[in-house]
Design a protein around this ligand. Structure first.
Ligand code: PNS
Length: 164
């Protein structure tokens, strides 16, 4: 049976924590689509297309044959249905993530009951890591190399060029 899962996110930008989740998910499902979407609650630093290109580059470096990259606008549940996903993967780092994730999982279940939301925990070294923190460190000339792939480090450097 073809078990396809979608791993959606804003990925502004993709971090090593996201990649850790992709590697874990790729072991559980026959196909993973990492899908770049829009979070209405966030104003991203990178455009949708820039985020998509960075995710494609970072994922290609993992060399996982069952992982590909997509993008969507509008509802995640609709996209999951369109690509035939049986699961929505979300990373869960801390209790503080839970309430929002719980709400989203239940809303997505209502909209598309055939897909289960599956929560995966990243490696402990990434538990505190998120894209916002990476952007703050980069804006303040900190070293982000432990947190993001080299292509993202370069892209952040270029994007924030004037401010660094
Ligand atoms: O990386 P993020 O910001 O936590 O990802 C959130 C994302 C993009 C997966 C979420 O905001 C999303 O699914 N956006 C599309 C709109 C939608 O379907 N929202 C959930 C139902 S209200």
């Amino acid at each position: 049976m073809n078990k396809c899962a979608v791993y959606p996110g804003t990925f502004d930008p993709i971090t090593n924590g996201h990649l850790d989740i992709v590697v874990r998910a790729a072991k559980l499902f026959s196909k993973i689509i990492v899908a770049v979407g829009e979070n209405p609650e966030k104003t991203p630093l990178f455009t949708h297309n820039e985020r998509f290109e960075l995710v494609k580059r970072a994922i290609s470096e993992l060399k996982l044959p069952n992982v590909s990259v997509g993008q969507f606008t509008g509802l995640l549940a609709q996209y999951a249905q369109d690509i035939g996903a049986i699961a929505i993967i979300r990373g869960l780092r801390a209790v503080s993530d839970f309430e929002h994730e719980f709400q989203m999982a239940l809303a997505n279940r209502k909209l598309f009951p055939d897909a289960e939301t599956v929560f995966l925990m990243p490696s402990e070294q990434f538990v505190y890591l998120n894209s916002s923190m990476v952007k703050v460190i980069a804006r303040n000339n900190g070293d982000i190399s432990p947190f993001v792939p080299a292509c993202v480090e370069r892209a952040l450097f270029e994007k924030l060029g004037g401010k660094r």
